[in-house]
Ligand binder design. Structure first.
Ligand code: HEC
Length: 154
């Protein structure tokens, strides 16, 4: 029975392969990077709920979210940002062309966020005060990059 299920899962995976084809330019890269951003936002939402007092502080849950956020902040995303995958060229992305322009410091901003996420990961399970202190810098690092390199909704 297990073998049948495994076979079905492989068939399903192969079947959906066509959906991953490049319908739009850089569709896979853009989907993947937006998914990673959404994943970061999910963890920040869990932690932010505790920071704001909307959810009771839970050391294990905070640690789990901070671990996940750090993982999502340190994976190699270099292949997700090919030149030409900017908001002037492709409608589905909010990535501003400035990312690829001369003098872009998006790498430094990414590194700053990863460092803040590492500090948060070290603090999150150590009590609400420690979580609160380390949470702000991560949010600021997200915002700092968005301000410069993400098209605003407005
Ligand atoms: C180094 C720059 C940078 C940092 C740091 C950064 N982002 Fe982003 N973020 C972007 C860019 C650029 C986009 C637009 C991506 C696109 O549309 O292709 C984006 C998009 C998003 C989106 C929208 C995704 C979607 O589905 O369209 C969310 C949510 C998000 N970021 C959350 C976060 C959070 C939370 C953090 C911090 C934990 C963070 N980001 C840190 C650059 C950054």
């Amino acid at each position: 029975m297990k073998k049948v299920i495994a076979g079905m899962m492989i068939a399903a995976a192969l079947g959906t392969g066509a959906a991953f084809a490049d319908d739009e330019p850089f569709e896979m890269q853009i989907d993947a990077r937006q998914g990673i951003m959404d994943y970061r936002a999910l963890q920040m939402g869990v932690l932010g709920g505790m920071v704001k007092g909307e959810v009771e502080y839970d050391a294990a849950a905070a640690q789990k979210a901070a671990d996940a956020l750090l993982a999502a902040s340190t994976l190699d995303a270099s292949m997700l940002w090919p030149a030409g995958s900017d908001s002037d060229a492709v409608m589905e992305t909010a990535a501003l062309p400035a990312i690829w322009a001369e003098g872009s410091d998006i790498g430094a901003k990414g590194k700053a966020m990863a460092e803040a996420a590492a500090a948060l990961q070290a603090a999150a399970g150590g009590g609400l005060d420690a979580l609160k202190a380390a949470f702000g810098p991560v949010g600021a690092a997200c915002g700092d990059c968005h301000k410069t390199y993400r098209k605003s909704d407005g």
